[in-house]
Write a protein that binds this ligand. Structure first.
Ligand SMILES: *Cc1c(COP(=O)(O)O)cnc(C)c1O
Length: 230
């Protein structure tokens, strides 16, 4: 099941990319494995999927140990400042940096560990009061605060758009994130301004996200099936 799901999604990514004249290799699939057993990750790895997204630190620590260091993990959940130590030890990228205090705590911990980490800034592109992410209008200021932190490299932006019934309705949010990234790119605010990551799109709308420029799509249920309720 996981194998055929992955094949379907990879095909979909390729077709969408070629339809809009993008290089399919510039779009990476993050398999969101939160609440999935280690056996599901192993099954995905047998199908050549080595990049995973996790929302909970403790779960990710265990899965990283259980998968023997071959898999790479992106953190896509809400990160608390008191969890930066295990986060810095476990993840290849943290996609959800949305405030200076958190960035500073992470940078300090990375210095202790002698590491440099790629991060994305999470933007609350739909301006939803209950959602994490920096507001679009505050993003530039947050960048100017984070850029001097020498152990963090801002590689791009990430967003979770408002929930909508029709996936097509997410398009304006994805577009807004891309336009915001382009504005920051013009000011050379990213670590590598020739390659800016846009993490957007989930199971229901990753095709639309790719059409709007996504370089990382975070797909869970379309790969692993429905997650068990808590
Ligand atoms: C759970 C989750 C996903 C994956 O969602 P699906 O609808 O299962 O594909 C993607 N991004 C974030 C931030 C998530 O928490």
């Amino acid at each position: 099941m996981i194998l055929s799901n992955l094949q379907t999604i990879r095909l979909q990514i390729q077709e969408t990319a070629s339809k809009c004249g993008r290089d399919p290799a510039a779009i990476r699939l993050v398999a969101v494995s939160k609440k999935c057993p280690v056996s599901s990750l192993q099954e995905a790895m047998q199908a050549d999927q080595f990049l995973f997204g996790e929302n909970y630190i403790q779960e990710a620590v265990q899965k990283k140990a259980a998968t023997g260091g071959v898999a790479l993990f992106h953190f896509i959940g809400h990160l608390q400042s008191n969890k930066v130590r295990p986060a810095a030890q476990t993840f290849q990228m943290i996609e959800t940096i949305d405030r200076f205090k958190l960035a500073a705590a992470l940078d300090k911990e990375l210095k202790l560990q002698g590491k440099i980490m790629d991060i994305l800034v999470q933007v609350n592109i739909g301006r939803e009061p209950q959602k994490s992410g920096v507001l679009p209008e505050d993003t530039e200021k947050l960048f100017t605060q984070i850029i001097p932190l020498s152990n963090l490299r801002i590689q791009g932006l990430m967003t979770i758009p408002p929930f909508v019934e029709d996936p097509e309705q997410t398009r304006p949010y994805f577009r807004d994130l891309r336009l915001l990234a382009e504005k920051l790119q013009e000011k050379k605010y990213f670590f590598d301004n020739t390659h800016v990551e846009l993490s957007m799109g989930m199971s229901s709308d990753y095709v639309i996200a790719i059409e709007e420029g996504a370089t990382l799509v975070r797909v869970g249920t379309a790969i692993f099936g429905n997650r068990p309720e808590k």
